[in-house]
Design a protein around this ligand. Sequence first.
Ligand code: GDP
Length: 404
Amino acid sequence: MNTKTVSRWRNLGIIAHIDAGKTTLTERLLWKTGAIHRMGEVHDGATTTDFSPIERERGITIGAAAVQTQWHDHRLTLIDTPGHIDFAIEVERSLRVLDGAVAVFSAVEGVQPQSETVWRQARRHDVPLVAFVNKMDRLGASFDGVVEQMRAKLDANPWPLGLPIGAEAELRGWVDLVDRSVVEWADDGEATRRPWTTDEAARYAPARERLVEAVADHDDALAVAYLDGLDVDAATLKAALRRATLRGAGVPVLAGSAFKNKGIEILLDAIVDFLPSPLDRPAVKAESERGDVELAPDDAGPLAALVFKIVHQEHGPLSFVRVYSGSLKVGDTVWTSKREKSVRVGRLVVVQADRGTDVERAVAGEIVAVAGWKDAVSGETLSEPSSKLVLDTIRAQPAVLSWR
Ligand code: GDP
């Protein structure tokens, strides 16, 4: 397995209270990464997707269970997590399939009851998170207010990675405390980054020091560098933030406005920098006829994959699958744990925004759709007919989590 490549994969979900801006943010992420070419594309029903007209109208986050795109040599797969509490079981299932998540909060409404529910679910599933404080352009927006609510209502340990410059109609940019730069946003959201001036270095040094100190509390290597009085450079701080975030010790927090297209790049960078690759996640457990097994994300291992969502579109159903171990190939015959029979994999499709691309195989860590299965069942395990596995999709050996 080419671990170098897999380490550049991010399977992530976006979790939010309804109306916090999940749909808008998803659209902007896809636009900024080049997966769609026109903003509004997911809303205006004018796309040539294979999804049903209702799904087209309601936007791509309903239609596609997983959409693949690219950012700086990294492959991002956005997994749809239903935003509404009515879909609690689907939320649970999607949390088992993704490796990390972006939690979106409204800078005006703050942490709402439903965000608490989904946050706790994510925490139970040991999913590392970064937070995005959206709607910073709106009247009454408060970045610090949301950070405080994360502490008070979610018992979280938020690490603001910067400070917004201006707010409401005057939202102009982001002071990046990690690499000592300023991101300036033009009216259309176009971002330019420049290093701190001498004045800014003096003004923001204390805030940066507080961040370094907070992360050093949860990372020994950073603590040593900090206590030695060494200058903590951006790379050292980033690496420590990544380790601590993956352990669930805290949550990096960013801000912007999806609607105004501001802050999208800093969020994409944070997804790459701080959310896990499939290799960073613990092994999964499965039952087999010969007893329980633990499966690492290794494409040389036995096949273990989970069907997590069936999407019906004009040309037939797509069964979205997460491969945890081994590989799934066109032409393979696989055992299905709920249908309890062997079936052939006729076609594999990767969804990129409104298009599907055929692929020959999907390996451990990948998300793919099997086309053409008429009777697939969400929640079933795919494995080799000789092994007949049933995934216990709660991950094995959850790391000890403390958000305090
Ligand atoms: P979802 O329910 O979480 O998917 O939220 P939507 O993306 O549908 O957004 C809900 C409403 O908030 C829509 O009217 C959006 O246009 C608006 N909205 C989303 N993001 C922003 C933002 O950053 N600023 C402002 N002012 N409005 C936003």
